[in-house]
Design a binder for this molecule. Structure first.
Ligand code: UT7
Length: 338
């Protein structure tokens, strides 16, 4: 019995907090006016259908790991965490520098985080919340103390710049958070995650993997670029995010009225407005920055979290709800107490 009680004490779950955030967007701005010169589109169409006005595009020699490391450095600075203190680096991305090694290993090298175990998570736009949950599990069970979670994507490298259906939507960027155990109740309260592979084809990059390796024929058919059924994705995004938001609240034993700020995936303002409408929450409770960055995939919610916290959209002790949706299909939601 003595051994059992010792084990229980040792394994008791501990609270996990976000102790610092950071984000990074590349310098180059691609405006809707710029896109008008590239494909048959208009600022009016893009703005009215998506809410996006401009997006950032990484330089040719600026990779996902470079953006990820910059966001991480900002988070580490805010958290006062040195590279050697990081036990794990999780990078959520679908645009890794290389198939292998993982982008997280490239980030480790840039940061000098020599004590970290590193891997990537592929969950498209939901990757940051999936990774947050992975980190939360490792810390709450006392396996690791300090984990760096990054959402980073360079979708400009995966876009067919001749396809107006997709090229106007996406942008590049990275967002990061440092997680650590903290005394008291503040922290990541709950995360809900879901997936449905039956819809794998409606938002995907079919080529480049072992199913359709890059050949000149596949390349000519643009199979190494993002393909999306926009309308179907839109509908599923709204219903899945609504479901996920309510599930996380239920798990956290909270009401929507308890939430100070909702931070959704930044894909389309009409998706966010439909979500607000279904949840019956005013838009001023929802943080939106997609007009400046477009859809940055795994980075989107992480960049928005960092921006919203630095702009003091919430204070210590406030409840925040993050909710995301992406290719896979994947979707997720987290409730945190700041
Ligand atoms: O991050 C993962 C989640 N991703 C998403 O959530 C994206 C979800 N989908 C969407 O955001 C929207 O479906 C889109 C913004 C992609 C498209 O908006 P829509 O209102 O569903 O438009 P649509 O696909 O029904 O297209 C309407 C028309 C079509 O023309 P016709 O066939 O009606 O003549 C398109 O060819 O708009 C045309 N179109 C464009 N016109 C000007 C499509 N893209 C463009 C464009 N500029 N860039």
């Amino acid at each position: 019995m003595k051994g059992v009680s010792h084990r229980c004490a040792h394994k008791s779950k501990r609270a996990v907090s976000i102790i610092g955030t950071g984000s990074y967007a590349p310098e180059r701005i691609l405006s809707n006016a710029d896109l008008e010169r590239m494909v048959e589109t208009s600022d009016d169409w893009i703005t009215s259908r998506t809410g996006i006005k401009e997006r950032r595009i990484a330089a040719a020699d600026e990779f996902t790991s470079h953006m990820a490391a910059k966001a991480a450095q900002a988070a580490m600075e805010q958290a006062h965490v040195a590279p050697e203190e990081i036990d794990m680096i999780v990078v959520a991305t679908v645009s890794p520098d290389t198939f292998f090694p993982a982008t997280a290993c490239h980030v480790q090298r840039i940061l000098g985080a020599k004590n970290a175990v590193c891997f990537d998570v592929s969950a498209a736009c939901s990757g940051f919340l999936y990774s947050l949950e992975i980190a939360q599990q490792f810390i709450s069970t006392h396996t690791y103390d300090t984990i760096l979670v990054i959402g980073a994507d360079k979708l400009s490298a995966l876009v067919n710049w001749k396809d107006r259906n997709t090229c106007v939507l996406f942008g590049d960027g990275a967002g990061a958070a440092i997680l650590r155990s903290r005394e008291g109740s503040h922290g990541v309260i709950t995360t809900y995650m879901a997936s449905d592979g039956n819809y794998a084809d409606i938002l995907c990059m079919p080529g480049g993997g072992c199913a359709l390796p890059i050949t000149s024929e596949n390349f000519e058919q643009h199979l190494n670029t993002i393909q999306m059924n926009g309308k179907e994705t839109f509908k599923l995004a709204v219903t899945s995010m609504q479901h996920a938001a309510l599930r996380a609240l239920q798990q956290a034993n909270l009401e929507l009225s308890d939430i100070k700020c909702i931070i959704p995936h930044q894909a389309n303002i009409r998706i966010i407005e439909a979500l607000a409408d279904r949840l019956k929450v005013p838009m001023d409770k929802i943080y939106v920055n997609l007009e400046r960055y477009g859809n940055t995939s795994a980075a989107a919610v992480a960049m928005a979290l960092d921006e919203a916290s630095r702009k003091e959209h919430f204070q210590i002790g406030d409840y925040i709800l993050m909710v995301v949706f992406g290719g896979g299909l994947t979707w997720a939601s987290s409730v945190i107490q700041w």
